[in-house]
Ligand binder design. Structure first.
Ligand code: NAD
Length: 499
C-alpha cells in the first residue's frame, strides 16, 4: 500500500483517484486483506453523491489474523508502565493536533458534515487521547483496613483484547473515544469503523504508525457489520466489546456473545431524546438562549448525533410563541450548506425521506421542510435534507417513537409537569434529555424523574470526559468516561492481607 503517509493522504484531497482504495491497519502496516474471497464495498461522498472510496470487506480469516496480532501484542503492552502508555497517547494527540485540518477536511468530505462541525470533532478526538494520557497518571485505588485485622485493596489489570466498533455519525470522535481508554488501560484492540465512513480510520492507521505505537497494539479492519463486525465480536479470542451503534445491532451483539459470560460488553445505542420547554424559559430575558439550545440540539450535525433532541415538548402557555420563534430561528440559521451538512448515505436519505412521507400521510403540519426534502439549490446532487419541523403528530405515531436520526423534529404541547415527565419517558429509549426552565427547584424535581442517562438543563452537549456517559432502557448498558471507562477495560481483584 503506497498511500501510507499523511502528506500523500493530503494530496488525495485535490487529485482524487476514483475511487480511493482504503487499506486495513494490521500489525503496524497498512495493507489490503489477504483473503482471496475479499469483496469490496463502495462508499459515496454525501455532498455530491459521487463514488469516493472502495473498502475491503474483511473476511473472518482476516479478522482472526488481526486479533492474533492484538493477542501477540497484549503481554508486553499490558506490562508497560502507565508513564510509557501516557507518552504514547500524548504523542498521538500531538500528531492529531498537527494534522487537525487534514482530518477535518476528510471527515467533512466522507461523512457529509460541515467543515466547522468536523473541526469540533477532531478537537474532541484530540482531547480523547490527551485526557486519558493524563488520567492514568493520576488514578489511585483506596486501601481499607477492616476491623484492624485485614488490609484490603483493589488490584486492577488490563482486561485483554477488545473489539471496538463505531458508527458513521461522528466517525473519528467515536472511534477514538474507544481506542484512547482501551490503550491507556493496557488493553490491545481490533477496531472496526462503519463501512459508510472509513476514511478517518484509514488516516488514524497512518497516524498510529507515525506515532510509533508498537505493532499489533491497535489494529483496524474495514468491512461491514454482518461479515466483519459479527466475526470480530463473536471470536473466542476477544475479551471484550465496546460498541456504539443502533439498538438492533446491540441486541445482535448481546445474542452472539450470550454464552461468553467473561466477555466485557459496553453497548452505547440509539435514542429518541425529549426536549422539555417550560413557559418560564420563554421569558424575554432567556428566550433567545432557549431557542438557540433547542435548535442546536435538534439540528447540529443534521440531527445525526445520538444525543439530539428530536421530540420537543412545550408548555401550552408558550406553545404558539415557541413554534413561531423556533421556526423563524431555524429558517434563518440552518439554511446554508455551511451550517447544515448532507446526511451520511443514500440509504439513510431514503430512510429519512420515508418518515417525511409518513408525516404527509398522517397529515402532520410542516412548519419547515417538505417532500421531496431538498436543501438549497434545486436539482442539486447528494443527500441533502432541509431541516424539518413538524407538529400535530399523534403521540403513538412512528414519527414520535422511532429514531429517525436526521434533521427532523416534532413539537407537541403539554399542560403540566406531570404530563411533561410522562411524555418524555414514553419511549423505549433513555439516552439523553434537555430541560429548559428557569425554575431551580423544577430543574432537580423534573430532571431526577427523566429516564435518561444524560439530562442537560439549559444547555446541550456539554461534556467532561470523566462524567459517566451512557443510556438507560434500550439506549444501552454500561457507562464510559474516566473511571467508568476503566471499569470497561480492566478486571478487578480484591486482595485481603492480614493487618
Ligand atoms: P449500526 O448499528 O448499523 O452500525 C454500527 C457499527 O456496527 C458499524 O460499524 C457496523 O458495521 C457494525 N455492525 C453492524 N452489524 C453488526 C453485527 N451484527 N456485529 C457487529 N458489528 C456490526 O449503526 P449506525 O447506523 O452505523 O449508527 C447509527 C446508530 O448509532 C444510531 O442508532 C445512533 O443513535 C447510534 N449512536 C449511539 C451513540 C451513543 O453513544 N449511544 C453515539 C452515536 C451513534
Amino acid at each position: 500500500w503506497d498511500c501510507n503517509t499523511l502528506e500523500k493522504a493530503s494530496s488525495l484531497i485535490h487529485s482524487r483517484p476514483t475511487p480511493i482504495l482504503l487499506p486495513n491497519y494490521v500489525a503496524g502496516e497498512l495493507s489490503l486483506p489477504s483473503s482471496t474471497s475479499t469483496s469490496f464495498i463502495n462508499s459515496y461522498e454525501p455532498k455530491t453523491g459521487a463514488l469516493l472510496c472502495r473498502i475491503p470487506c474483511a473476511q473472518p480469516d482476516d479478522v482472526e489474523d488481526a486479533i492474533r496480532h492484538a493477542r501477540d501484542a497484549f503481554p508486553s503492552w499490558s506490562k508497560t508502565t502507565r508513564a510509557e502508555r501516557s507518552a504514547h497517547l500524548r504523542r498521538v494527540s500531538e500528531l492529531l493536533q498537527e494534522h487537525r485540518e487534514l482530518f477535518a477536511v476528510w471527515e467533512s468530505i466522507d461523512q457529509g458534515k460541515t467543515l466547522e462541525r468536523a473541526r469540533i470533532e477532531v478537537d474532541r478526538a484530540i482531547s480523547n487521547f490527551s485526557y486519558f494520557s493524563t488520567y492514568i497518571l493520576h488514578e489511585q485505588t483506596a486501601a481499607r483496613v477492616i476491623d484492624g485485622v485485614a488490609l484490603t485493596y483493589e488490584h486492577r489489570s488490563p482486561a485483554g483484547v477488545f473489539a471496538l466498533i463505531s458508527p458513521w455519525n461522528m466517525p473519528l470522535y467515536l472511534l477514538t473515544w474507544k481506542i484512547a481508554p482501551c490503550l491507556a488501560f493496557g488493553c490491545t484492540a481490533v477496531a472496526k469503523p462503519s463501512e459508510v465512513t472509513s476514511m478517518s480510520a484509514y488516516l488514524l492507521g497512518i497516524l498510529f504508525r507515525k506515532a510509533g505505537l508498537p505493532a499489533g497494539v491497535i489494529n483496524i479492519v474495514l468491512g461491514d457489520g454482518p461479515t466483519t463486525g459479527a466475526s470480530l465480536v463473536a471470536s473466542s479470542a476477544i475479551d471484550g466489546v465496546s460498541f456504539t451503534g443502533g439498538t438492533q445491532t446491540g441486541i445482535a451483539i448481546r445474542r452472539a456473545t450470550a454464552h461468553q459470560i467473561r466477555k466485557h460488553l459496553s453497548l452505547e445505542l440509539g435514542g429518541k431524546n425529549p426536549n422539555l420547554v417550560f413557559a418560564d424559559s420563554m421569558d424575554p430575558a432567556v428566550r433567545d438562549r432557549t431557542i438557540r439550545i433547542a435548535a442546536s440540539a435538534a439540528f447540529e450535525n443534521q440531527g445525526e448525533i445520538c444525543l439530539c433532541g428530536s421530540r420537543i415538548y412545550v408548555e401550552r402557555a408558550a406553545y404558539p410563541e415557541f413554534v413561531r420563534a423556533f421556526t423563524e430561528y431555524v429558517a434563518k440559521t440552518y439554511v446554508l450548506r455551511t451550517t447544515v451538512g448532507a446526511v451520511a448515505s443514500e440509504q439513510h436519505y431514503n430512510k429519512i425521506r420515508s418518515y417525511l412521507e409518513l408525516a404527509v400521510e398522517e397529515k402532520a403540519t410542516f412548519h419547515l421542510g417538505s417532500v421531496p426534502p431538498q436543501l438549497g439549490v434545486n436539482g442539486a446532487q447528494g443527500y441533502w435534507i432541509a431541516p424539518t419541523i413538524l407538529s400535530d403528530v399523534a403521540p403513538d405515531s412512528r414519527l414520535q417513537k422511532d429514531e429517525i436520526f436526521g434533521p427532523v423534529v416534532t413539537i407537541s404541547p403539554f399542560d403540566d409537569e406531570e404530563e411533561a415527565v410522562r411524555l418524555a419517558n414514553e419511549s423505549e429509549y433513555g439516552l439523553a434529555a434537555v430541560l429548559l426552565t428557569t425554575d431551580g427547584a423544577r430543574m432537580r424535581r423534573v430532571g431526577e424523574q427523566i429516564e435518561a442517562g444524560l439530562v442537560w438543563v439549559n444547555c446541550w452537549l456539554v461534556r467532561e470526559l470523566g462524567t459517566p456517559f451512557g443510556g438507560m432502557k434500550n439506549s444501552g448498558t454500561g457507562r464510559e468516561g474516566g473511571e467508568y471507562s476503566r471499569d470497561v477495560f480492566t478486571v478487578v481483584r480484591t486482595l485481603h492481607l492480614p493487618a
